[in-house]
Design a protein around this ligand. Structure first.
Ligand code: 13P
Ligand code: ZN
Length: 301
């Protein structure tokens, strides 16, 4: 059976029975898939995923692959070349949201709204091996997801596995008043709310507005995230990278909350004609010491 010729028909017979002799826990029932789906649902509940906004990916562990591969298509899709090879992703498999899929629909119908892609043994191309029922394809931001995974896998020595792209409105609104500069964003966010430096001790990167879905924004984001686990995309949204779903979601949640507090405090201060009161640099240093945080000191005065 091939992915494109018969996936729909086979999957309509039931995922667990798709390959006849296959037994075991269906892909949708695997713990990592449930956590992935929960993150999509939680983001929708937060209001970060209008229409098809946002996407997510997870670099599967060898154990995840082992427990799912019996359900992979006998004949996957054909290989799709990458703009440039990502050699450290050779052979990796990723659970990814589908292009155009609505996050609110992921929990209702995972096999149509998410899928698994495999990278070839040169790190030069990818193909679909599971999911995307009904002819779907991976997110249009796959170039960004794969390039950022390649960088974060290296710099975290394999720890980071989850990449989450959301459109949280306070973060996006902040890009309307602050320059797309890591230090400007990091200082504003860290100083607005105590928890933020704990969530992103290396701060957040920030990129000016760019065309989404291409290799230019992918390269810029991957470069920006060499030293940081979060990157703001002006007038668009943000990316977060972490070892777990809880942590990736938590980064976006904390940054978005800090952005909301910052915007409110700035607006209120202006209305009242007072200077906004913020956590001083010594205060941020003290939080870092207390919680033993590996902060980026260049963000502080
Ligand atoms: P996709 O539907 O292709 O994932 O695109 C959504 C998005 O947020 C683009 O940046
Ligand atoms: Zn987006």
């Amino acid at each position: 059976m091939g992915f494109f010729d018969s996936a729909q028909e086979v999957l309509d017979k039931g995922v667990s029975a798709a390959k006849g002799a296959v037994s075991g826990v269906a892909v949708e029932q695997q713990a990592f898939v449930k956590q992935f789906v929960r993150m999509c649902e939680d983001g929708w509940q937060q209001g970060w995923h209008e229409r098809n906004g946002g996407n997510a990916s997870y670099r599967m562990s060898p154990e995840d692959v082992q427990s799912c591969k019996g359900f992979f298509y006998d004949t996957p899709s054909s290989w799709v070349p990458l703009a440039s090879p990502l050699i450290n992703l050779a052979g990796e498999k990723f659970l990814v949201t589908a292009a155009g899929s609505f996050m609110r629909n992921v929990p209702l119908d995972p096999v149509s709204n998410i899928g698994i892609v495999e990278v070839d043994d040169q790190g030069a191309a990818w193909r679909i091996v599971w999911g995307f029922k009904g002819g779907g394809v991976p997110t249009s931001e796959l170039p960004s997801h794969l390039m950022v995974h390649a960088v974060r896998k290296d710099v975290t020595i394999g720890a980071d596995r989850v990449l989450y792209h959301a459109h949280p409105d306070n973060v996006v609104a902040m890009t309307g008043v602050l320059p797309a500069d890591a230090r400007a964003f990091t200082r504003a966010l860290w100083k607005a709310m105590t928890e933020c430096i704990i969530a992103v001790p290396k701060g957040v990167a920030a990129l000016p507005w760019m065309v989404p879905g291409g290799t230019d924004i992918a390269r810029a984001t991957a470069d920006a995230m060499i030293g940081r686990s979060a990157c703001v995309w002006a007038q668009h949204g943000m990316f977060a990278s972490a070892p777990t779903f809880d942590e990736a979601f938590g980064i976006v949640h904390a940054v978005e909350k800090a952005a909301g507090v910052w915007l409110k405090a700035q607006a209120a201060a202006r209305t009242l004609g007072v200077e906004p009161i913020e956590i001083p640099d010594e205060g941020l240093r003290a939080i870092a010491t207390t919680y033993n945080l590996p902060i980026d000191d260049s963000m502080l005065d």
